[in-house]
Every structure is written in structure tokens, then in C-alpha cells.
Design a protein around this ligand. Structure first.
Ligand code: AMP
Length: 402
């Protein structure tokens, strides 16, 4: 069965076409700058890259372009649209309602629309993709996979903010958490590496990319995570601040910053970029730190110290920790950052093997010393693969019911 996985941003669509079961990737690609005069499509058919520029007015047009790219010309990998039997969509916010991936119907669409209030940048873009795919491929199952779903097992004690309770009841203000598909993927993979059932693992999963979050996974279920009502809370990120004293916002408001300026400040000008003044890219910062740039070094130190504190907090929340897992662009690749995070953990039984750490870049592997009580693992994340798996399962169930 051919399953298309799409991840729609406000001006882009990332896609991958899988042959299931078996997760063979037939093609993957990206349409960027949707709505601008110079949009582009790049498609990779197993190492062979094709690039085209053309105007693409909206998501509807982008979806047709993707389907044509998969079925026609030099980029063709399938005979016709009809061969695609299901589409899986990444959806950022599913509120408290969606505890797993679901077949999309009118009620699901209405809910995704409702949660757009909590994820104004993401859910409307995800919905545009769903509508475009429904119009282009009306007769096949469309499946929604929510970033928040894995975190719906977080207990109330961990998701409530100490704000007036009415705000939770009236507006749904609570911790939801994000990157759930990634945290679930690496947690399940860790259980496999331990040779255990998926619900027989306690691990702390560190998703460190441009966006960063960390999750406490107890008995295979998320019991706490660093992102909150929005993906701004928690760890220091590329350009996002992560957590800080909220009174800073009142102080800046009194200095004349309006809501939009504060949003831009916290989302686009803070984090690694804000502290270093140079870049949000960890590769650049590591290079600069090695050249004795103090602010680049400080940005990395603040980043790593924050992660260290969360690991400590989650270890306390969980009691037993089998593994700490690193994933995401930084987690999978930056030996420098992993070493900095783990340094000083030795008395707690968390011991990095420096050589293994250096040798494990962009691939799965164990990086802890044989004497370490807690295993340190690098597991490349694969959200698309997880979405393809869920979509295939749901499409098969629908087929059986027919
Ligand atoms: P992601 O959002 O998961 O694609 O991750 C993007 C982040 O990963 C950026 O900050 C990159 O600088 C970082 N990254 C990718 N490769 C490396 C590397 N080899 N060393 C350090 N950081 C890396």
C-alpha cells in the first residue's frame, strides 16, 4: 500500500511517499515559498534530486503539484494518483481530545479548527493541507497524527499551571506538550533496544533540534514534558527563549514593547541566537566557541545547563531511569553538546563513553560507558515514519471494516 505523509507549514509542504508495510521510501520532497512568485519543489527519488521553480499560489496548488511530481515526468515514482491509498497528516494541536492518530472526518476537522486558537501558526496550515489532499484524493482515508497526542497521558499534577483554575476551564490553559510523535518514536525504539515491551521502559527523551523539548517517559507513557500551552516553554531553542520569569514581559510592556514585539522577541530573537548574537545554528556556535567566542560559548552553556536541570527534575519525577535518549539535529549530531550535558552526571550513575560519543554521529547507537547505570542512547527521530505507520494501520482497519 502506498501511503503519502505530508507536513504542512504556512508556506511549505514536506512530503514522503512510502510503500507499506516495510517503510520503503519511494520519494521525498519539499514545496517551499507557497504564495510567493518564486516557489520551488525539490524531490529526492532515492538519492537523485530534482529541483524546479514555478509560482505556486496556495496549498491546493502545491498538493496537485506534488501529486503530479510523483506520477509524471522525470520525477515519477508511481503510475497514477489512484495508487496512493492513504494520506497521513502531521497536525500540531489536538488539545485534550486526541489521544492518538485518527481517521479524518468532519468532526475531526471541526476540532482541529477549534484548537487553531491555541496553535494559530500551525493548525490552519495543517488544515489547508488536509483540505487540499481531500480535494485531490477524495476517495481514500486521510489520517491526522497529532504532536500533542503522546502527551495526553501526562497527569493533572504535571499539566496544571498555578494560575486561577477558571483559566483552565474557560480557555483550556494547561501544558499540552509537542514533538509527541518524535518522543513516542524514540521511546518505542528504546524499548526495542532493551528487548522489552513498549510499556516497559522508563526514559528521558531529549528532542534537540531547532525546536527543543524533553519528555519524561514512564512505563512507555509521557508523564511530563517541557513544552507547554505552546511550543515556547521549556528548553532554550534556536530562536525561542524557553522558560523565563514572566514578569520580564510586564517589565518590557511598561518599557513600551507591544504584544507583537514581545512575541517576535521570544519566538524569533531569543534562544541560542539571542544570547550569542551570531546564529541559531548549533554548528556555527560550536565552531565559534572553539575559536574562543565568549557569547557563542555562553549560549551553548546556557542551552546545556537547562537540559541538565530538566534531566535531574525528570529523574526525580520518575524514580527509575533506564535510558536518556538524544534525538533531533543537535541530539543526533552534536558530540560537543552531548558531552557538555553529560559532564558531571557521573556520581548519579550516568557515564558517557567519550569515544563512543565521538563515533556516534547521525546514527543510532549507545554512547554510555559499560559501567553506566543509565544507558545513554542516540536514536535518530523519524516522525514521518511514525505517521506512515499510524496511517497504514488506520487505513488497513478501514479496509477490513468494508
Ligand atoms: P532539526 O530542527 O532537528 O533539523 O535540527 C536543526 C539543528 O541541528 C540546528 O541547530 C543545526 O545546527 C543542528 N545540527 C545539525 N547537524 C549538526 C552537527 N553536525 N553538529 C551540531 N549541530 C548540528
Amino acid at each position: 500500500m502506498k501511503v503519502l505523509v505530508v507536513n504542512c507549514g504556512s508556506s511549505s509542504i514536506k512530503y514522503q511517499l512510502y510503500e507499506m508495510p516495510g517503510w520503503t521510501i519511494l520519494a521525498k520532497g519539499l514545496v517551499e515559498r507557497i504564495g510567493e512568485s518564486e516557489s520551488s519543489l525539490v524531490q529526492d527519488n532515492g538519492g537523485e534530486k530534482h529541483y524546479r521553480e514555478m509560482p505556486v499560489a496556495d496549498h491546493e496548488e502545491a498538493m496537485l503539484l506534488i501529486l503530479r511530481s510523483l506520477t509524471e515526468g522525470a520525477t515519477q515514482v508511481v503510475g497514477s494518483f489512484n495508487e496512493i491509498k492513504a494520506v497521513g497528516h502531521r497536525v500540531v494541536h489536538g488539545g485534550e481530545e486526541f489521544t492518538g492518530s485518527v481517521h479524518i472526518n468532519d468532526d475531526v476537522i471541526a476540532s482541529i479548527e477549534r484548537y487553531a486558537d491555541l496553535a494559530p501558526l500551525h493548525n490552519p496550515a495543517n488544515l489547508s493541507g488536509i483540505r487540499a489532499a481531500q480535494n485531490a484524493l477524495p476517495d481514500i482515508p486521510q489520517v491526522a497524527c497529532f504532536d500533542t497526542a503522546f502527551h495526553t497521558t501526562i497527569p493533572k499534577v504535571a499539566y496544571m499551571y498555578a494560575l486561577p483554575y477558571e483559566l483552565y476551564e474557560q480557555y483550556g490553559i494547561r501544558r499540552y506538550g509537542f514533538h509527541g510523535t518524535s518522543h513516542r518514536w524514540v521511546a518505542r525504539r528504546s524499548a526495542k533496544l532493551f528487548g522489552r515491551h513498549k510499556y516497559d521502559i522508563n526514559c528521558i527523551t531529549c528532542h534537540l533540534g531547532n525546536g527543543c523539548s524533553i519528555t519524561a517517559v514512564k512505563d512507555g507513557r509521557s508523564i511530563d514534558t517541557s513544552m507547554g500551552l505552546t511550543p515556547l516553554e521549556g528548553l532554550v531553542m534556536g530562536t525561542r527563549s524557553g522558560s523565563f520569569d514572566p514578569a520580564i514581559l510586564f517589565y518590557l510592556a511598561e518599557k513600551g514593547y507591544d504584544t507583537n514585539a514581545l512575541k517576535t522577541l521570544c519566538n524569533k530573537k531569543s534562544g541560542l541566537l539571542g544570547i550569542s548574537g551570531i546564529s541559531n545554528d548549533m554548528r556555527t556556535l560550536v565552531e565559534k566557541a572553539r575559536e574562543d567566542d565568549d557569547r557563542a560559548a555562553l549560549a551553548i552553556d546556557v542551552f546545556c545547563y537547562g537540559i541538565k536541570k530538566y534531566i535531574g527534575a525528570y529523574a526525580a519525577a520518575m524514580g527509575r531511569v533506564d535510558a536518556i535518549v538524544f534525538t533531533g539535529g543537535i541530539g543526533e549530531n552534536s558530540t560537543y553538546v552531548r558531552e557538555k550535558i553529560c559532564r558531571g552526571f557521573e556520581p548519579l550513575g550516568i557515564i558517557l563513553d567519550l569515544l563512543r560519543n565521538k563515533q556516534t554521529v547521525g546514527v543510532e547507537g549507545e554512547i554510555s560507558d559499560a559501567s553506566s547505570r543509565v544507558k545513554l542512547l542516540v536514536i535518530p527521530t523519524d516522525e514521518e515514519r511514525a505517521i506512515a505507520g499510524d496511517t497504514y494501520e488506520i487505513a488497513m482497519e478501514k479496509q477490513k471494516k468494508k
